[in-house]
Design a protein around this ligand. Sequence first.
Ligand SMILES: CC(C)(COP(=O)(O)OP(=O)(O)OC[C@H]1O[C@@H](n2cnc3c(N)ncnc32)[C@H](O)[C@@H]1OP(=O)(O)O)[C@@H](O)C(=O)NCCC(=O)NCCS
Length: 179
Amino acid sequence: MTTIRTEKKEDIDAVRQIHLAAFGGREDESRLADRIRESAGFVPELSLVAETSGRIEGHMLISKAELVDGQDVEDTLVLAPIGVLPEAQGRGIGSELIREGIRRAGQLGYKLIFLIGHPSYYPQFGFKPAVDSGLVLMQFDVPDDVFMVLELTEGELVRLAATRKEKYGELKYPQTFFA
Ligand SMILES: CC(C)(COP(=O)(O)OP(=O)(O)OC[C@H]1O[C@@H](n2cnc3c(N)ncnc32)[C@H](O)[C@@H]1OP(=O)(O)O)[C@@H](O)C(=O)NCCC(=O)NCCS
């Protein structure tokens, strides 16, 4: 049985190994997780591990970013990185991490979660293209369908569009993502 729980200090090495393995040896995602953990945007309850029989098999981080509308700036959330050990993929661990992250983020009072991810994986959790709600991402040059948003509070995207001062709202990832 797999348990989804908050990451502890003693999990950090295993978490690094998960991202290294999940992303084919590339260090970008494990380093990103390390930087987010040390940053102001870190939300400890939203750094989740999947543990099966004492072994950490997956990790997901949801952390703070900003939603900007002209002079107005609101706290929001971004999901990244998420990784599951290659030999443990396809057993629902990624889905369990995402569902628990969504549940916790809602409990913490956040209204939206953004991500850049595969458009065939994330819609099952309720993520949809953010551009359809007048939200844009200027920091990364990615196709529209990979920049997605999930509503934790129903009607939030309509509310934002109705009260928006600028033509578009902009999601801004913190500097942590670029260091
Ligand atoms: C993406 C990832 C976290 C999903 O975790 P998981 O435990 O394998 O996910 P689940 O078992 O809940 O779901 C598996 C399904 O997701 C699909 N899937 C996995 N990775 C995918 C991807 N990058 N794009 C689209 N679909 C993907 C699988 O095909 C599978 O579909 P099926 O159930 O119809 O066969 C994991 O595959 C992983 O670590 N991948 C490498 C790192 C990565 O790409 N991270 C995400 C960056 S956006």
